[in-house]
Ligand binder design. Structure first.
Ligand SMILES: O=C(O)c1ccccc1N[C@@H]1O[C@H](COP(=O)(O)O)[C@@H](O)[C@H]1O
Length: 207
């Protein structure tokens, strides 16, 4: 059966990371983007990475940062993958992908141009809303003709709409933050568990 990967982003505490793991998440997101309401230090992130053990992914999230900074923070935090938002040359993308698997974030307006790109090895595209972490959702059905197979999906996903998004786009992975919080950086355990359960229900339905 198809098993859509689930990433719980904006995790800032060991307790919330373990909650995500226990709920069945495949990965947590650790946000290093300057100005984010869920910003975490490399030291806090490393604590989470070590506490999660070997089986749960830790994705470092970056926006518009220099490659040297991305690699330095990723190493210090012991992440297992990175997620890159913002402008980036194909050379820079390949450089980072030489060290970490990359989720390369595209906005809806990038899809047409991205259709002509050959992704470097170890890069997976991810579709997100223009303002990452804002809880804004996308017109999934309208975007479907432009969305390549194997893409990951973010943008306003939560327990109540992730099934609809999965039916429209069949993403390989889904990612959420705003809809799973009590307040920025602090998870709502009920919403988090309901999100993972909704993904698994949709997987079973789409099998
Ligand atoms: O959440 C943030 O603060 C953030 C800041 C900078 C880059 C990415 C950020 N989060 C990413 O936003 C999407 C989904 O957010 P939402 O569910 O719509 O609130 C996800 O990819 C996060 O990794």
């Amino acid at each position: 059966m198809l098993r859509t990967r689930v990433k719980i982003c904006g995790t800032t505490t060991v307790g919330d990371a373990l909650l995500a793991a226990e709920a069945g998440a495949d990965a947590v997101g650790l946000i290093f983007a300057p100005g984010s309401k869920r910003l975490i230090s490399a030291v806090q992130a490393r604590e989470i990475s070590l506490a999660l053990g070997p089986a749960v992914g830790r994705v470092g999230v970056f926006l518009g940062q220099e490659i040297d900074e991305v690699l330095r923070l990723a190493e210090a935090a012991r992440v297992s993958a990175v997620q890159l938002h913002g402008p980036l040359s194909s050379l820079e993308l390949s450089q980072v992908a030489g060290y970490y698997p990359v989720l390369r974030v595209l906005r809806p307006q990038d899809l047409a141009q991205a259709a002509h790109l050959a992704w470097p090895p170890h890069v997976t595209p991810m579709l997100d809303a223009p303002q990452p972490g804002s809880g804004q959702s996308l017109d999934w059905a309208g975007l479907a003709p432009q969305v390549p197979a194997g893409i990951w999906l973010a943008g306003g996903l939560g327990p109540l709409n992730v099934g609809q998004a999965m039916r429209a786009l069949r993403p390989a992975g889904v990612d959420a933050v705003s809809a799973l919080e009590l307040r920025p950086g602090i998870k709502d355990p009920d919403a988090l568990r309901a999100f993972v359960a909704a993904v698994r229900r949709a997987d079973a339905e789409l099998a």
